[in-house]
Ligand binder design. Structure first.
Ligand SMILES: *Cc1c(COP(=O)(O)O)cnc(C)c1O
Length: 435
């Protein structure tokens, strides 16, 4: 038995899908202790948008540590925090005409979601928050209440009030505009929906299986929120930081959420860092009213600030993401055509695309075949039926094409060797999606 099976809790999950010991990683590749290497289409579940140990950020982190820069500073003023705030303003917010206050929360995404929901309830004096089918917002109780996934919800052990679920874009079919349902519920005094404090939404549902909301749906949602004085919270933890192409995933929709959560790739280096952005008039917090010992990871500030300078001074990265996204889409669409009989369909946009395999068994078998051939890729979606391509945004075209080649061969191997009902299930038994 390995030390992991011996000592680590049964709650571990990714290590079950990829049971090898990693020792080193660079850019889009991971290396094991026995000399294997893997192309990474998981990228820390979206926490490594600039790849593993990006050279452009590593030097500045090493320099900062070498000079005994502050590592832990609670939420005190530090040069690293000032640099982060300044570059966030000059490179991210100002060019997009966004006027937001910045709140530092505990270091994980779910901490940012908790803070966002708490602020919305405090400012409006209302309790109900609308979240959407198949949404994922984290697993601490407040965020878990807003999360749809039954596997995660089942572990709560207490009731999770304060959330009303509405159908996400396309949930009831392409012809049905689910914002019309929300609007109807809000205007009918006997609908049973209490006036919400906020609506909490992802533009692309990461863990939900790369399902996307259209620009018009998002625009209608924003208009409904405005008309009914409801705050719009956009959870950009996975789809943000360039994953969709633009820095924020809502830019193309032309909407301006009242509150935005960011985490995962925010530090640029895989270091924990989360923030909540909100319109200045919402800043009704009392000093220290919401806090957290690790709400100010100065090492993460250092790499985040450098990531803004290196990657967001021009639109080169956006252009690169869009052109790589086209390659991914072309490959996935051609698999959908070739294996039409298996009901494969394409999902997502930017470098957050998926291959919906219909069943978790089929998707799991393909993922296993990929792993055997040097590619790390995970499944998501309500039944783990969507293979999600989540490579680093900075992946070289050669690595991207090699990874897509492995994926394509795996789909062919698995689909050609069996009818869907024969697909092996052993490998992914016991594994369910995690954040
Ligand atoms: C991953 C994720 C979270 C939770 O972040 P953690 O760091 O795992 O707590 C919340 N919202 C979205 C959209 C996510 O993808």
């Amino acid at each position: 038995m390995s030390i992991f099976e011996d000592l680590e809790s049964n709650v571990r999950s990714y290590s079950r899908s990829f049971p090898v010991n990693f020792v080193r990683a660079k850019d889009a590749r991971l290396y094991t202790d026995d000399g294997q290497q893997y192309i990474d289409f998981l990228a820390g579940a979206g926490a490594l948008n600039y790849g593993h140990n990006p050279s452009l950020l590593k030097t500045c982190l090493l320099d900062y540590i070498q000079l005994d820069g502050i590592t832990h500073g609670l939420d005190m003023q530090t040069s690293a925090k000032a640099d982060f705030l300044q570059t966030l303003q000059s490179h991210i917010l100002e060019p997009r005409n966004l006027d937001y206050r910045v709140q530092f929360t505990g270091p994980t995404g779910t901490n940012a979601v908790e803070a966002a929901m708490k602020l919305a309830r405090k400012v409006t004096g209302r309790e109900t928050i609308v979240s959407f089918t198949n949404g994922f917002h984290g697993v601490s109780l407040g965020a878990l209440a807003a999360t749809g996934n039954q596997h995660h919800r089942g572990a709560a052990g207490v009731s999770m009030p304060g959330i009303v679920r509405m159908p996400y874009d396309g949930y009831l079919g392409d012809e049905i505009d689910s914002t019309a349902y929300l609007e109807k519920m809000l205007t009918d005094p006997s609908s049973g929906l209490d006036q919400p404090a906020a609506v909490l939404v992802e533009t692309i549902q990461g863990e939900g299986g790369a399902t996307t909301a259209s620009n018009t749906w998002l625009q209608r949602l924003e208009a409904i929120c405005k008309a009914h004085s409801i705050l719009l919270i956009l959870d950009d933890i996975q789809a943000g930081c360039g994953r969709s192409g633009t820095f924020f995933s809502f830019e193309n929709a032309g909407i301006t959420p009242d509150i935005v959560t960011l985490s995962k790739s925010l530090s640029g280096y895989g270091l924990p860092l989360s923030i909540v952005l909100f319109k200045p008039e919402l800043d009704e917090w009392e000093p220290g009213e919401h806090n957290g010992t690790f709400r100010g990871n100065n090492l993460a500030f250092t790499t985040a600030a450098e990531s803004f300078r290196q990657y967001w001074s021009s639109d080169d990265l956006t252009q690169a993401v869009l052109s790589k996204a086209t390659l991914v889409q072309r490959e996935l669409m051609s698999l959908c055509t070739e294996f039409h009989d298996f009901g494969l369909t394409h999902r997502g946009r930017g470098l957050m695309q998926g291959l919906n395999c219909g069943t978790g068994e089929l998707a799991g078998s393909i993922a296993r075949s990929c792993f055997e051939n040097g590619l790390i890729i995970e499944t998501s979606g309500p039944n783990d039926e969507v293979l999600k391509v989540l490579c680093p945004l900075t992946i070289s075209e050669a690595d991207l094409l090699e990874g897509l080649g492995i994926l394509s061969s795996a789909v062919k191997t698995v689909c050609n060797r069996a009818e869907p009902e024969d697909i092996e299930t052993d490998y992914f038994d016991g594994l369910r999606l995690v954040s």
